[in-house]
Every structure is written in C-alpha cells, then in structure tokens.
Design a binder for this molecule. Sequence first.
Ligand code: BGP
Length: 474
Amino acid sequence: MDKNFLWGCSSTAYQSEGASSEDGKGPSVWDVFTSVPGRTLGNTDGRIGVDFYHRWEGDLDLMAEMGLKLYHFSISWPRVLPEGRGRVNEAGLAFYDKVVDGCISRGIEPMITLYHWDLPQALQDAYGGWEDPQCIDDFLAYAKLLFEHFKGRVKYWITINEANIFTKFGWLTAMHPPAKFDQKIPFFRVNHHLFLAHAKAVLLAKELLPDAKVGASFAYGPGYAFDCDPRNAEARQNFDELENYWWLDVYCMGDYPMVGEHYARMNGWMPDIPDEDRALFREAAEAMDFIGVNYYHSNVCEYNPPDGAQPFGTPNVTGEQGVDAVTGLPGLYKNPPNPYLRTTDWDWTIDATGLKFACRELTSRYRKPIFITENGLGHFDSVESDGRIHDGYRVKFLRQHIAAVEEAVDMGCDILGYCVWTFTDLLSWLNGYQKRYGLVYVDQDESMQGSLARTPKDSYYWYQSVIASRGRVL
Ligand code: BGP
C-alpha cells in the first residue's frame, strides 16, 4: 500500500473507557438504558468497560509498539458536556487532551468520532433527544467546542457513527436507547435530524479547520439478490434503497433515494422536508472528504410476502450459532442466510469479497475516497496453557479482508486507511465481553470483575508485521 495509507484501530468511549461517573462525567443514555436488568448479556454495562480512562497510557504504548499509524476513537459527549449543553467539564476535555497528545507524541494520527451513540441523558430527558430539532443545535455547539479545542492537533473527524444501526435499534426494535418499538414516524424524523446535524457539522469543520478531513461512518452491509428471480432482484433494490442508500445517498449525493422516499411518503412516515434542507445536504455532500465504512458482513435479499418476516427478530447475543431470526420488511425484502458463506458464532456472514464489493459500489456510485473505519471478527477467545491467545481465526479473517481492500485499491478505489475493530477487547453493546474483537486480550468478563490486564494476541504481532510491510506481507 501507499506509504500514506493509514493502518489503524478503532474503539469507542462507552465501550472502552469505563469511569462512567468519574471526574464530572454526566450520564449517557446508555448508562441509563443498561441500568434496567435484562437488556444486555449478563446485564453488562459501561461502568468499567476496559478501563481505558485509567489505562490509556499503557494502551497507547502498546499501539506505538505495534507501529499503529492511526487511532480512531469517539468522545463521550456527556464527559465533556455533562448536561449536554452549556457548562463544560474541563476534566473531561483534559482526558481527551491526554489521549490526543499521547497519540501525537507516539507518531499516531488521532481520528475522532463526535457521536458514537452515547447521547447525554440530560438531553433525552429535556426534550426527547434526537426526536427534537433542538438536538441538532446542541450537537453543533458540542462539535464546535471540539473543533476549536483540537484545532491543529486532529485532522480526521467522523461526525456520526452508524446512524442506520442506532436508529433502527433505538426506534424500531427497542434494543438500544431510547428503546422504542416499531415507531416509524419518529424513526424517519430522527434520521432527518441526524442528516441535518451531520451536514451542519461537516460545513462547520470546513469553515473552522481548513485542513480537516471529515466524513460519516456508515454500517454498510451490501445486498446480494438471492438468485435471478426478478422478484429477488427487486427485493435487493428495495433493501438497498431503504437500508443502505437512504443514508449513503444523503451523505454522498445530498438527497434521499427517490423511490425509497416515495415509498416512505406514501406510508405517511416521511417528515416534510423544506428545500433548504436538501440544499444543505447537497452542500455538505460536496464538502465531505470521505465515506467512512464499517464493514462486518454482507446480506442476502429475497422477496418477502406482505405477511412475511418482520424487522424485529431474536438477535443472537449469546454466540450460539443459528438463533438469529430472518428479518425483513413485509412486502419488500427479507434477509435469509447465505448458503455460500460461513458465519461467526453470532450469525454474521464472513465475506471478505463483500468488502471489495462495498468499496467498488461506493467508488463508482459516489466518486469519493473511502476510509474503512471498522472491520473485525467477533469471536470467543481463550488464554491457552502457555498464557497466550492463539487467535489464528482472527488473523485469517483480517488477512482476507485486507487482501480485499488491496484488490479494491488495484481496481481504482481510493482508500485512505483501514481500521481494525478493535485494538483491545472491549464491551460489546448487547453481547457482554465474550464477543471479543481485540488484537489485545483484556481480562474482563460478564462479572465485570476481571483484572483488566492486557495481553497481546497472535493477531497483534501479525498486524504489526502487516503494518511494517505496508500490507505486502499478509
Ligand atoms: C458496530 C459499532 C461498534 C461495534 C461493532 C461490533 O456496529 O459501531 O461500536 O460494537 O459494530 O458490534 P457488536 O459489538 O455488536 O458485535
């Protein structure tokens, strides 16, 4: 790969930091959501995480030793603004100063995500969070604070992580905060507010930080038609319009996909959209520097009769293969398993070709650079008798996916960097600690009483050699 290619790792505040009420941090919606028993595996929550808040220095040392070029992390909005707006918590900002400066002094480029799902609970309580347009202004004030504070130190910014995932889980399936079920009107309104927040943040970054590179991260699971039955080809179109292009088109082209929008409008789910919102989307799409892609798996699309599969299934949070129910939108599409692919223990297909497919699709459709902001394998790991973690399965997964990225580059895709999800093990939102992704093992489990000791896995040393060879030795 080119010498400027950014070999990275990603994490988030809620999943890694812990210290959830320390040094003046306010509660986030995740702190409150997980305080209700039964919502996550083993009732795990982010109170301790993997204690990055106290162990950041050792973790950054390990990153530097590995040769990491970029560390992508999110900032906790309520750590910086405990009430979501107004009063700044200087201790919160000081923590991120240490992380940012610690990256820079070790030769690691910091990349910041402004919003990775941990909305200040105060804003949820005050006006219902993202359902109210006030949240756009409060987000923008928070973004401005960070842009000005980190000016000259942080070049890469992500506005919002995976709006598609957290709004679907938050408003359609009640699996994430605010735990609403089948509420399509707020779902579409919330997404419109998020698009406005994203667009305004992109333009603000461009105004305040002329050298910044800004994008949004999107969980892109490309759709494959089940077969050449025209009904399944159309199911694939329906899926892509409503589950992928709905977000990608707004981010990258500045408007909703037309047929998808018509469908949502006919159903009475679509908010009224003033012309100036669309003009703003177009301006931000033009200004956005790259598309952030979080890639985990592809999807199969098949015709779904009107009385067929629903969006709400039984998610696999235990790692017992085969419990994930087929979901879909009645009358439009459903997503059955792919008979050609194996899956992880959490029923996600393992499909490196899908990552190449995703990069090609985005390149030809949007003509923008891509940053792979997350890619990794959730797996049970164990410490073996020699005290080490021999995660050859993870090495194999990452090798195949990085090879796919390299093929995409050879085909003409402009890919700026690639981030492994994750550097250390951390808390999986719903799945506890046993669904591990890290290159570094952390002694933590669902009891939340682990020693939190760090042990590099085989994949750590493998990624070290990949970075050293700039991707030539996989
Ligand atoms: C993405 C999120 C990450 C991370 C990852 C793995 O959707 O942006 O925060 O959690 O998925 O997901 P999970 O932990 O559910 O396996």
